[in-house]
Design a protein around this ligand. Structure first.
Ligand code: GLC
Length: 579
């Protein structure tokens, strides 16, 4: 299992918090080109290390950081204790590559935790298991976030590195009093490699109220990045979507392009309506100060939350129960909140998903009451002003006599696909677009269907599709097939996967039989090859065919899948009928 579901009761503070402030800070801030600068510019470790001598974030003030989070309306802070460059912002006993060995000389993480305790702010520590500095870290060419080639000074030794990594996590859990979570960032290696379950147990042993994210392969919640994943939340998983106010970096970047406050508020609302948290990042400047333009974004969100926080904190989401893409719900007790992401044309909104009328309705920001009219096709709320009271998202609160959650119609069920029927003697192609996909991958992603040939070609040839974005063995694709009579078939799968990612193994299961295969290396991820798996016999009737990975290359790469082809075997077929 990838993450635990449902969330344990002692972790209920986390979904209630709904909004957190993320902070990426480290040596990289000095260069002002984002937190990946060491990797992107292939800076040798002994050169990068020298940044330590210059690292002196004199203007760092834990109080200011925490107070900024409070003013932003954040209910927790997640801060990088160590990022991929391996530099520690805490006073680890296991390395000298740490902040207390810089001219600054203070334990930034310790000070921040103390300030959080003072303000009753929850604190989660980001800890990167990938480490571009530690000599024992084992790099594998092609694995995302691993250093791409061997370097002088490397002494790969996985057990030793794991001891270091687990040891540091234990330090973070035992040296600073209460912490509220550990946020890993190594989703390009498997749970087995990180020993994610052991890490999880270690954290819970010391900090039972701490949440653990999914990026060591086992945790309490999914962490989609720079995008929202309502589907995982709708499936009952805890989800926290992270986003940076800067469009192209998490750590400090000079002249960074920023997202608009409007966009960030809208994202927060979309995530809350899906039932998840939103974690918004800023990257402090090298001197430890918070860049004013980034702070402005956070404070804009904070101002919105001051007026609309009732509709966010402590609410439950209503995934798949929205009125439309721009009219979303959250719910708390007898209160239902309608979030208007676009201001309606005209002075009314018609709600079609309510079973009955609210006792009263009003605009949350101004408390201006609205008239409630039950109509044949829904419930009409009348009396909206012509200009929206808020420039970003507006909220209408509705009060009911009973639990407002019961008022909303339930989510529509996805229709079950019709089986694909064998035409006697002809091969049956189970295409990507006919597949039903299940399960969640790295960071809560899903398998997606993409078009191989563009729409214009569709006129002469049917558009071809393929399944992609497949990153965990828990993810499966299946098809319903119908055999009009008993038959034997050759089964093959068409896959694309360039080296060095080829080599994952997978199964095809149907009619109680299992065939196995290995992903071949192909020219690129859009050139497909057919892998023959073997023969199966199927009785007449409807069957479910399931394609699932077994062992994934790098623990996270499968393949693009165009189709499963089932080719009836003629002679065998006759024999079978004669029997
Ligand atoms: C991405 C970035 C990494 C950042 C993380 C936050 O993985 O590469 O630098 O810390 O997002 O989710």
């Amino acid at each position: 299992m990838l993450v635990k579901r449902p969330l344990a009761p002692e972790l209920s503070w986390f979904p209630q918090a709904r909004f957190g402030m993320f902070i990426h800070f480290g040596l990289y801030a000095l260069l002002g080109r984002g937190e990946w600068v060491m990797y992107q510019e292939r800076i040798p470790r002994e050169i990068y290390e020298k940044l330590m001598r210059r690292f002196n974030p004199r203007r760092f003030d834990a109080e200011t950081w925490v107070r900024t989070a409070v003013r932003a309306g954040a209910r927790y802070i997640t801060v990088t204790a160590k990022h991929h460059d391996g530099f520690c912002l805490f006073d680890s006993a296991l390395t000298d590559y740490k902040i207390t060995r810089t001219p600054f000389g203070r334990d930034l993480i310790g000070e921040l935790i103390t300030a959080c305790h003072r303000h009753d702010m929850r604190i989660i520590l980001y800890y990167s298991q990938p480490d571009w500095h530690h000599p024992n870290f084992v790099n594998r060419p092609g694995a995302f976030k691993d250093w791409p080639e061997p370097r002088p000074g490397d002494a790969p030794d996985w057990p030793r590195y794991l001891r270091y990594c687990h040891g540091q996590v234990e330090e973070l859990c035992t040296r600073y009093g209460r912490i509220d979570g550990i946020w890993f960032d190594g989703s390009h290696k498997s749970e087995a490699e990180w020993q994610g379950r052991r890490l999880y147990r270690l954290i819970k042993r010391h900090q039972p109220h701490a949440v653990v994210n999914d990026r060591a392969g086992y945790g309490d919640f999914f962490t989609p990045e720079r995008r929202l994943s309502a589907a995982a939340a709708a499936a009952g998983y805890m989800v926290e979507a992270c986003q940076s106010v800067c469009q192209d970096a998490w750590g400090y970047k000079r002249d960074a392009r920023l997202f608009s406050a409007h966009y960030l508020i809208e994202s927060l609302v979309r995530m809350a309506a899906a039932g998840g948290n939103y974690l918004l990042n800023i990257g402090p400047a090298p001197d430890g100060s918070l860049p004013p333009e980034q702070v402005r974004r956070l404070l804009d969100v904070g101002a919105w939350l001051r007026a609309h926080g009732d509709a966010i904190y402590g609410t439950a989401g209503c995934p798949l129960r929205e009125e439309s893409d721009d009219m979303l719900y959250t719910v708390r007790g007898n209160r239902l909140f309608l979030h208007l992401l676009r201001w309606p044309v005209g002075d009314a909104v018609l709600l079609r998903r309510l079973r009955y009328s609210p006792r009263r309705a009003f605009l949350l920001k101004t408390h201006a009451p609205l008239r409630v009219e039950a109509q044949k096709d829904g419930i009409l709320l009348r009396g909206l002003p012509s200009l929206p009271p808020d420039a970003a998202v507006n909220v209408i609160e509705m009060r009911f006599d009973g639990p407002a959650n019961k008022v909303l119609l339930s989510a529509p069920r996805a229709p079950r696909r019709r089986p694909l029927i064998f035409v006697p003697g002809a091969p049956l192609t189970l295409s990507a677009s006919d597949a039903t996909c299940a399960g969640f991958g790295t960071k809560g992603t899903q398998i997606v269907v993409r078009t191989l040939r563009e729409a214009t070609v569709r006129l002469v040839r049917e558009a071809e599709t393929y399944l992609t974005n497949w990153s965990k063995p828990e993810q499966r694709a299946f098809w319903w097939i119908e055999c009009p009579r008993p038959m034997r078939c050759q089964v093959a799968v068409e896959m694309a996967c360039p080296a060095p990612y080829a080599g994952s193994t997978f199964t095809v299961r149907v009619g109680g039989q299992t065939l196995r295969g290995t992903v071949p290396a192909t020219r690129d991820e859009r050139h497909f090859r057919r892998v023959r798996l073997g023969v199966i016999s199927l009785p007449a009737g409807v069957h479910r065919l399931c394609l699932a990975p077994e062992r994934l290359q790098y623990g996270y790469v499968f393949a693009n899948v165009r189709c499963v082809v089932m080719k009836p075997c003629p002679q065998m077929h006759h024999k079978l009928l004669r029997r």
